[in-house]
Ligand binder design. Sequence first.
Ligand SMILES: Nc1nc2c(ncn2[C@@H]2O[C@H](COP(=O)(O)OP(=O)(O)OP(=O)(O)O)[C@@H](O)[C@H]2O)c(=O)[nH]1
Ligand SMILES: [Mg+2]
Length: 203
Amino acid sequence: MPSLTAIMKIVSARLHASVYRLEDLPQDEKPEIVFLGRSNVGKSSVINSLLRMRHLARISSTPGRTRGVYFYAINERFYFVDLPGYGYAEVPRSLRRAWQRLIEGYLENRPQICLSLLIVDARHEPTPLDLQMREWLEAHRRPYVILLTKADKLSASEVKCSVERAARVFPMVTVIPYSARTGLGREQVWREIEKALACPASR
Ligand SMILES: Nc1nc2c(ncn2[C@@H]2O[C@H](COP(=O)(O)OP(=O)(O)OP(=O)(O)O)[C@@H](O)[C@H]2O)c(=O)[nH]1
Ligand SMILES: [Mg+2]
């Protein structure tokens, strides 16, 4: 369903590919915006809220719902990439290992990734796995921003504290309070996406 954002006009958004094996990754080299974070943190909800679509990416209160790497083609120009969340202990170990292989294999060999959105729950300290993800992004020199999501569950002063805490944990990184429910942070995230898409590397 076409919709208008304040920043970018969304003419089309569709699921392009559901990938469960590295060999099946899209080959066309469109720039990619990646959504990372622990299981159930709200990655798929961020995608839907950015696009103002309720049902494009699958959302669930059951953790571990996103099982593949999902590529959404936006305006046929770039992809939003929804990854399975990390840190969900209930997933069988063999499946967790398979995800890890898939996610690492994807992230490591994908020069067209122009921005990663590392999504953290605004209510909680970043987890050790979030910090590990950050280490990885920095070691691989991947541009990223932090989204503190579910901010609607906090008061304005609690959101401020959460942003300050994140700025201490992730110094020198853009931190954006976000809510898929209220749309808080949407415009700022779109600005970051537009900036990343404008880099020469992503043309
Ligand atoms: N209040 C509130 N709830 C949210 C927000 N974002 C997501 N949720 C809820 O959090 C739950 C998980 O959301 P998802 O978007 O499926 O999370 P995910 O990170 O994609 O989950 P996995 O794919 O399982 O890793 C759902 O019940 C959502 O309705 C938000 O901004 N505010
Ligand atoms: Mg999901």
